[in-house]
Design a binder for this molecule. Structure first.
Ligand SMILES: [Zn+2]
Length: 206
């Protein structure tokens, strides 16, 4: 399904429809008191648990500029964001950040140099976000199939008008501010369709 660019109301949510064990159409309901409704199979008893997906993002700087990518694939093709993607099965989150960064932009970074910046949730789409930050010495990024353009932008130059996820703008602006001061928070965030709450839980220099 094609998503409408930049519209938070079009957040994609996929739902299981068939049992992965026997192929029967799944029913949907509350199996235990005080638990959320889940898809389950009335034929074989399989219960389809839906743990949050974990999205990894990267705030990578060179000097006062932040690395952005223009999405080369749907959803949100043609709009800008920062490098990132979903964690693979069994992967360490920082390894996932470095992998996505390299796949999308060709930037190779020392995994140990990545610092956690934001751990946030979007409950409406059952996602957990982990954003890591790091810096590199030169602007040596290249486009890829997932990112048809890449660019390093200072806050005033950044493509805010074409940002794929405008609901997340406050987090990136907070990062620009931290980066300018050379003093970084670590944040816990809650993002909904109406607001983005960010609590600073720690402060680090460098
Ligand atoms: Zn089944």
């Amino acid at each position: 399904m094609k998503q409408q660019p930049g519209k938070t109301g079009a957040w994609p949510v996929a739902m299981a429809k068939f049992c992965i064990c026997c192929g029967t159409a799944l029913a949907y309901g509350q199996l235990q008191p005080d638990e959320p409704e889940r898809p389950y199979c009335t034929a074989c008893g399989y219960v389809h648990y839906e743990p949050p997906r974990i999205l990894i993002g990267c705030f990578i700087t060179c000097g006062d500029r932040l690395l952005w990518i223009r999405r080369g694939i749907e959803p949100y093709k043609g709009l800008w964001t920062v490098p990132g993607g979903f964690m693979e099965k069994g992967e360490d989150p920082r390894d996932a950040a470095a992998r996505e960064l390299f796949e999308e932009t060709g930037v190779a970074i020392d995994v140990e140099a990545l610092q956690l910046y934001l751990a946030g949730s979007i409950r409406a789409i059952n996602e957990l976000h982990l954003i890591y930050r790091g810096s590199i010495g030169n602007e040596c990024a290249r486009p890829s199939s997932e990112a048809d353009r890449v660019g390093f932008f200072a806050e005033a130059e950044a493509p805010w008008a074409d940002f794929a996820f405008p609901e997340g703008e406050s987090a990136i602006r907070q990062f620009y501010q931290d980066h300018a001061q050379g003093e970084y928070g670590t944040y816990m965030g809650k993002l909904s369709r109406t607001q983005h709450l960010m609590d600073r839980v720690q402060t680090r220099r460098g």
